[in-house]
Design a protein around this ligand. Structure first.
Ligand code: BTN
Length: 240
């Protein structure tokens, strides 16, 4: 694996956005600290220095890029599989890209792309709470970490390697046509929940059916069944 490491950086996602041209497919960038870490919906991602994992993976392979719809959920599933092996059995995927443990958020994923005439690359950015136990400030969802769940210190570098291996194996299987739907569906946090959400520019009540085969979210809204893509919906705080 081609791995780049920074003690401090603005954001590992931003680094790959700026340097993807000179880097190889599956290049992995990790930092001990991000001073401008990015979350979804223009939020910030803050993580205490040296106790958490903040890293990004560069995807340049055209076949994998064409499966971009699966990548957020598949990345969350890859982290979940590793958490399972570390003893966290209650982890679920909160579509499209969070991993939650007993309603608390342990991992957030930000999938970004660089496009010109076509998509040049995808960047999977993963922030995983590992050995942090105190979370100051306000969060949309209460955070947790591996250490809080397991009551033990975790070897960050081993965990990083385990996630890289799992994620690369899964991406390879995706490229070879493997269908992860059944596996992923059994860890669907939102399945059968009812939520208030911003959709079509309005606040609506949405009954979630669950993650669908194409990795969109199947919902019932105003008497109609529809499939929603990531980015089309935002759930209200405390609702989902
Ligand atoms: C979210 O839950 O809002 C997504 C958070 C994604 C955070 C990771 S940390 C590594 C990578 N670099 C960033 O600036 N963001 C992602």
């Amino acid at each position: 694996m081609k791995e780049l490491y920074f003690e401090k950086i603005d954001s590992t996602n931003t680094y790959l956005k700026e340097h993807y041209g000179e880097l190889e497919d599956m290049c992995f960038v990790r930092a001990d600290y991000q001073y401008a870490g990015k979350g979804r919906n223009d939020r910030k991602w803050t993580a205490q220095e040296k106790v958490n994992l903040t890293f990004s993976l560069l995807i340049k392979d055209e076949k994998v890029i064409s499966s971009y719809k699966a990548l957020s959920v598949l990345s969350a599933y890859s982290v979940l599989q590793v958490l399972n092996r570390y003893g966290i059995k209650e982890a679920k995927i909160k579509w499209p890209n969070d991993v939650c443990v007993n309603d608390k958020k342990i991992c957030g994923i930000l999938l970004e792309s660089v496009s010109k005439e076509k998509i040049e690359c995808l960047i999977i950015g993963i922030g995983l709470n590992v050995n942090q136990t105190l979370f100051a400030g306000t969060y949309l969802r209460e955070p947790t970490s591996l250490k809080k769940e397991l009551n033990e210190d975790i070897d960050l570098l081993k965990l990083k390697d385990d996630i890289y291996v799992q994620l690369s194996d899964n991406i390879l299987s995706l490229k070879q046509g493997h269908d992860f739907y059944e596996e992923i569906s059994s860890y669907d946090y939102l399945k059968d929940k009812t939520a208030k959400a911003d959709l079509d520019g309005q606040r609506k009540t949405v009954k979630i059916i669950g993650i669908d085969k194409d990795y969109s979210l199947r919902c019932e809204c105003e008497g109609m069944i529809r499939n929603i893509e990531s980015g089309e919906i935002s759930f209200h705080q405390g609702d989902c």
